[in-house]
Design a protein around this ligand. Structure first.
Ligand code: SF4
Length: 239
């Protein structure tokens, strides 16, 4: 793995006016590098912490600031990936600049890395979008590459720090698209008062071309996209 200078962030791409990665309109930073290999991953091109462009926190902040008038009262900046926690010191530097300037900060993460840098970053994080990808450990180990416990420990820290949290789960036909899974997710999450929202996202395959270009197989490439009616039914279980 390429060693990274904490002052520089290795970044895959930016989205100026995102509306699906946290509340309101947001400037989204997609970090390069991921410690996991999810079978449903939409962004395999972010996995390797290789020679993508590097930026200082100041440079990213300056770019994001251009859009501040669009953020309104709910919007702000989201750092996603890849896995942003792999570059926690850089993200912390960026979030400190945001907080100094009254910009809301949001972290989109798998919650699979916990160290002093991560703990410190969380002190400047207004909201976390946390993937709870499966509700059982076997699927986590098989289809993600970490344990469910690791993620729940991370969620516990968010709870202790009173950080508003959105839980996200991608619904994948034949893997986790059953009602029992959703009821279990609801039950797991009910123990954490920091969670104010659960989002179920339909599995999509528009990323197939990325896998083809990288010459790697998409483990869930043969699975279908869930029907809208099923998504509706599963969402109703969360009410
Ligand atoms: S954590 Fe996210 S970026 Fe990393 S492999 Fe999983 S889905 Fe892909």
């Amino acid at each position: 793995m390429k060693a990274c200078n904490d002052a520089q962030g290795i970044i895959h791409s930016f989205q100026s006016l995102g509306t699906v990665d946290g509340p309101g309109v947001r400037y989204v930073v997609f970090m390069q590098g991921c410690n996991l290999r999810c079978s449903c991953c939409h962004n395999p091109d972010t996995w390797e912490l290789k020679a993508s462009k590097t930026y200082t926190a100041e440079q990213v902040f300056k770019n994001a600031s251009k859009y501040v008038e669009y953020f309104g009262k709910d919007g702000g900046i989201t750092v996603s990936g890849g896995e942003p926690l792999m570059q926690a010191q850089f993200v912390k530097n960026l979030f400190i600049l945001c907080k100094e300037n009254g910009i809301n900060t949001c972290l989109d993460t798998s919650g699979s890395i916990l160290n002093d840098n991560v703990l410190s970053l969380l002190d400047y994080t207004d909201r976390v979008l946390l993937d709870v990808k499966y509700t059982n450990n076997d699927d986590y180990v098989k289809h993600v590459g970490c344990t469910l416990d690791t993620v729940l420990k991370f969620l516990q820290i968010l709870d202790q720090k009173h950080i508003k949290t959105t839980i996200r789960q991608v619904i994948i036909p034949t893997v986790n698209d059953d009602k029992n899974n959703i009821l279990k997710l609801k039950d797991i999450v009910s123990k954490f008062s920091c969670v104010d929202k659960i989002e179920l996202l339909p599995f999509k395959k528009i990323c197939q071309t990325k896998y083809d270009e990288l010459g790697i197989s998409f483990p869930f490439g043969t699975l279908p996209t869930p029907q809208a009616e099923l998504m509706q039914e599963l969402n109703l279980l969360l009410k």
